[in-house]
Write a new protein. Structure first.
Length: 93
């Protein structure tokens, strides 16, 4: 969606090169909206904006990867809490 491919005149797939485009204002708003639902460090947010300055597609990949890692950490913490809550080692008899 955000990649532009420039093909040579012979349509040779080996000769295809990828070019990058900076994010537009609309793209930046979309990036910000993706982060709004999560508590993230300012360093991560600023890094996404810096990447978007020269490569919009890479910025979206960065955001998506970060959010996936964040969700996985959250799910892992919830599973640990369930395991701790089910422990019967300290039952009073």
């Amino acid at each position: 969606m955000y990649k532009a491919l420039i093909e040579d005149t012979f349509n040779d797939s080996e000769g295809t090169e990828e070019t990058t485009f900076p994010a537009t204002d609309k793209d930046l708003l979309i990036l910000i909206e993706k982060f709004l639902r999560f508590e993230i460090p300012s360093k991560v947010f600023l890094q996404a904006i810096a990447i978007a300055d020269y490569d919009c597609a890479a910025a979206f990949r960065y955001v998506e990867n970060y959010l996936i890692v964040l969700k996985n950490k959250k799910n892992r913490k919830q599973k640990k809490l369930l395991v701790l809550g089910c422990s019967t080692r300290f039952d009073n008899n």
